[in-house]
Design a protein around this ligand. Structure first.
Ligand code: ADP
Ligand code: MG
Length: 219
């Protein structure tokens, strides 16, 4: 279970995250949406223990995996890029197959396209086990097929491992097809929270309504 109480993150005078209370179950998949700068990455980074909160308490499980918004590659081929650390070669091969990257196995990872690199980045994360999976815009560089593969891989990982998944996204497709719950952030605050379909159909506040309206036409 993840429990957040009175969480605040400030940069100087500016509060970029302000969450009085949020509880997420150990098996829940939650999508966070919101405009650029609404605090999605900041929240995921705090949960991952990468940056410090300014105030409040955050309870998270011990084993956490985090996929950053910016994908990266190490020198070497795709397998090496996945197994870096301690995961197994067989698992890496299975994931490359699943994410339709097998034909690129012998290529240098640094030569991949943006969408391929993002899927490789997901393979690296999914080759390990965790209790909490944090994914920062996991389909942002993907085309429709790539996004479909990512969504499927996340679901399968969750079925195999049983963990909580928190992801930020600008994709209504990702939210609708893979999340149990959609939370919309506005200026670091929770503006809407509920089942994705319900939030999309009945956003609650006027602000959320206009955000969703823009979201739907962009998709
Ligand atoms: N190191 C930092 N110093 C100052 N401001 C920051 C820093 N990191 C993030 N911010 C600000 O915090 C706000 C939230 O950023 P972020 O969490 O990256 O938003 P999102 O991921 O939703 O686009 C933004 O206004 C951003 O400029
Ligand atoms: Mg971000």
């Amino acid at each position: 279970m993840i429990e957040i109480k009175d969480l605040k993150k400030c940069y100087g005078e500016r509060t970029v995250l302000d969450i009085p209370y949020l509880k997420i179950d150990e098996n829940e998949t939650v999508a966070f949406a919101g405009a650029n700068g609404s605090g999605k990455t900041t929240l995921l980074r705090i949960l991952a223990g990468m940056i410090k909160k300014s105030d409040g308490t955050v309870d998270v499980p011990e084993k956490i995996l985090y996929m950053p918004q910016q994908s990266y590659a190490f020198r070497g081929d795709l397998i090496k890029n996945i197994t870096v650390g301690n995961s197994q070669k067989e698992k890496a091969e299975e994931l490359l197959e699943k994410l339709e990257l097998s034909h690129l196995t012998d290529k240098k990872a640094v030569s991949l396209s943006g969408g391929e690199l993002q899927r490789l980045s997901l393979c690296r994360v999914l080759s390990r086990k965790c209790e909490l999976l944090l994914l920062d815009e996991p389909t942002s560089a993907c085309d429709a097929r790539g996004a479909e593969l990512v969504i499927k891989a996340i679901k399968e990982y969750k079925n195999e491992n049983g963990c909580a998944v928190l992801m930020s996204t600008h994709s209504p497709v990702l939210a609708l097809n893979s999340a149990d719950r959609l939370i919309i952030l506005n200026g670091g605050r929770i503006e809407a929270d509920g089942r994705p379909k319900e939030v999309l159909n009945n956003p609650g506040t006027e602000w959320a309504k206009s955000f969703i309206a823009g979201w739907k036409t962009d998709a």
